[in-house]
Design a binder for this molecule. Structure first.
Ligand code: SF4
Length: 172
């Protein structure tokens, strides 16, 4: 089923597809998620295990990519300093839409143990939008796998026509 709506204020026309096509596309998207690693501190060690044989996230179709231009989502793991926050933003901006972010661990979520440090960013969501927060210090690879499953659920629930796109006028 397809419905067409028009925003009276802006004149924007939006198509809402509620057909099986949405489910088919989202099934492909959620099961072929490529991720960019951004391991920063102790959480980065657990992040490495996430891709190892025990957690084995490839069974969910998630594989690491070295380039942000090929990544669907980014995992920020560890203590984010202001200097590295600039790099995180730079990498995020290079990722194609639709793109997602998982924040792994207390430091990335809110600054954690080091939040009173003069150089520590109080959460990666201060510089880029975060879709899934994984709590812990550090979270185990199983917790991060749970975060991946939450991200898959989010993607599954997104209507194709309204999935995130670059803001109007954005260069990305
Ligand atoms: S949340 Fe804990 S384990 Fe992770 S980087 Fe911070 S101090 Fe290290």
């Amino acid at each position: 089923m397809t419905a067409r709506t028009m925003d009276a204020g802006t004149g924007d026309v939006t198509l809402f597809h509620t057909s099986q096509l949405d489910k088919l596309i989202n099934m492909a998207r959620e099961n072929s998620l490529w991720y960019l690693l951004f391991g920063l501190a102790c959480c980065g060690i657990e992040l490495m295990q996430f891709g190892g044989p025990r957690a084995d996230v490839m069974r969910f179709g998630a594989i690491p990519r070295a380039s942000p231009r090929q990544a669907d989502f980014m995992i920020v793991a560890g203590t984010l300093t202001y200097k590295m926050a600039e790099r995180a933003k730079l990498l995020y901006d290079q990722m194609p839409e639709p793109k997602y972010v998982i924040s792994m661990g207390s430091c990335s979520n809110c600054g954690g143990l080091f939040q009173l440090g003069y150089s520590v960013c109080k959460g990666v969501d201060k510089v880029i939008p975060v879709d899934v927060y994984v709590p812990g210090c550090p979270p185990r690879p199983e917790a991060l796998t749970e975060g991946l499953i939450r991200l898959q659920e989010l993607i599954r629930s997104e209507p194709w026509a309204t999935k995130r796109r670059p803001a109007k006028g954005s260069a990305a």
